[in-house]
Design a protein around this ligand. Structure first.
Ligand code: LCS
Length: 421
């Protein structure tokens, strides 16, 4: 909505994308329809020819999905957004739109595991080369450029190392060499970081995380800055087909209404918990952008409006101690994913980043003992109390087997279940 163009993020999360609909609903309705009728054959042809704006078929566009897209484009300060079936669908659609055989891309070595795997396995098969570098190191990025480098893909803060790329400097390096910069802004959300402000060309998110915030949707989004690129990306998304359905779009749009409030609480809680961990005798190191011990603490303060909800740490007892802590938590939940209202704990080397393989993890400084927390919006002191009792088990020689997991047995997994998230 144009009257919200200059609005603050707190106002945008509530109002952006809430246009006028038939019967005057305050909330965009769920248009649960795969197809839309034409008033006559001429209108159908005009819609297909792009001479008239309207809806044809929900893979090509749907009002509920469009409402969400308008909201996210406004929050990121972009031109338009494309809602996708998952974060991976958004990333794949972006690469497919920007790259072709013979091209080269540079990407952060510390990225979500399947992003790395997509680039190194699928894109390689299509003749696209890549170089993984520490994108917090500008000299390393500069060295990685080739004459055919078309894209620099940056995850900042990186999953799970929380290393930060200087977006303004990365964009300058890339643009001087005719390459585009794509930023995965999942860890920050547009409330804490707006990559377009620093010159980024394309922003992607896993909607599954902070934007939706309630761990009940898998989705993704791409945000672009101009109509030409939007047209090319929309065409590609329509061909690849990985669109977000209306019901999921409704849920994410609903979740976004509390995004500004949630992000504030994630930051307050995570800061407190990071400080607690840093002062605990069983902890070897803690990585959190809000701690002065973070190697890019100053950069985080200028580029980000808050340090976020993700903390990585390693225990003095390494892998085994980390395993004991994960098996001992009661309030925190042992699960992958992040950015929801509930606190989650997981072990990237054996879970989210298992597909990368040991060599890629070593290059990315993802140590075997690294444990990742996604801090929720519960009472911070109660999260700390849970971690404290779990950490007391880190030093116990034998894990109290059979005593730690009081949850009901999980339901049997379907045959197609895969362990690579
Ligand atoms: N980008 C980032 C930074 C992510 O963390 C993830 C998923 C994705 C993209 C892919 O999004 P999806 O397709 O799952 O919506 N990250 C996960 C994680 O760290 N744990 O489980 C999933």
């Amino acid at each position: 909505m144009t009257q919200h163009d200059k609005a603050s993020p707190e106002t945008l999360v509530v109002h952006a994308g809430t246009d006028r609909y038939q019967f005057g609903p305050v909330i965009p309705p769920i248009y649960a329809t795969s197809t839309f009728y034409f008033t006559d054959a001429e209108q159908g042809a005009a819609l297909f020819a792009g001479e008239e704006h309207g809806y044809i078929y929900s893979r090509m566009g749907n009002p509920t999905v469009e409402a969400l897209e308008k909201c996210i484009a406004a929050l990121e300060g972009g031109h338009r957004a494309l809602a996708c079936a998952s974060g991976m669908a958004a990333i794949h659609t972006t690469f497919a739109s920007l790259l072709e055989a013979g091209d080269h891309m540079i990407l952060s070595d510390a990225v979500y595991g399947p992003t790395c795997t997509l680039v190194e396995t699928v894109l390689t098969r299509y003749g696209i080369e890549s170089t993984g570098v520490d994108t917090s190191d500008l000299a390393a990025i500069e060295r990685a450029f080739r004459p055919n480098t078309k894209v620099v893909y940056v995850e900042t803060p990186g999953n799970p190392t929380l290393m930060i790329a200087d977006l303004k400097a990365v964009c300058r390096l890339a643009h001087e060499r005719g390459a585009l910069v794509v930023v995965d802004n999942t860890f920050m959300s547009p409330i804490l970081q707006q990559p377009f402000r620093w010159g980024t060309d394309i922003v992607v998110h896993s909607l599954t995380k902070f934007l939706n915030g309630h761990a009940d949707v898998v989705g993704g989004v791409i945000v672009v800055r101009d109509e030409t690129r939007y047209g090319a990306f929309r065409k590609m998304l329509n061909q690849l087909g990985g669109v977000l359905p209306p019901f999921e779009s409704f849920l994410v749009h609903r979740g976004i209404k509390t995004l500004a409030l949630r992000m504030k609480q994630h930051c307050v809680n995570a800061q407190k918990i990071a400080e607690f961990l840093a002062s605990h005798s069983a902890v070897e190191w803690v990585r959190y952008p809000g701690l002065t011990s973070h190697p890019q603490y100053e950069l985080a303060r200028t580029q980000m409006a808050g340090a976020g909800g993700i903390i990585s740490f390693e225990l003095k007892g390494g892998v085994e101690a980390g395993r004991r802590v994960m098996n001992s938590v009661k309030l925190c939940t042992l699960a992958v994913s992040l950015g929801g209202v509930e606190t989650l704990i997981q072990h990237p080397p054996s879970m989210t980043h298992a597909t990368m393989g040991p060599e890629a993890r070593r290059r990315a400084h993802i140590t075997d003992g690294l444990v990742r927390l996604s801090i929720g919006i519960e009472n911070a002191d109660e999260i700390i109390a849970d971690l404290e009792q779990a950490l007391s088990n880190a030093t116990v020689k034998t894990a109290p087997r059979g005593m730690v997991d009081r949850r009901p047995k999980p339901a049997p997994q379907p045959d197609h279940h895969t362990s690579t998230t």
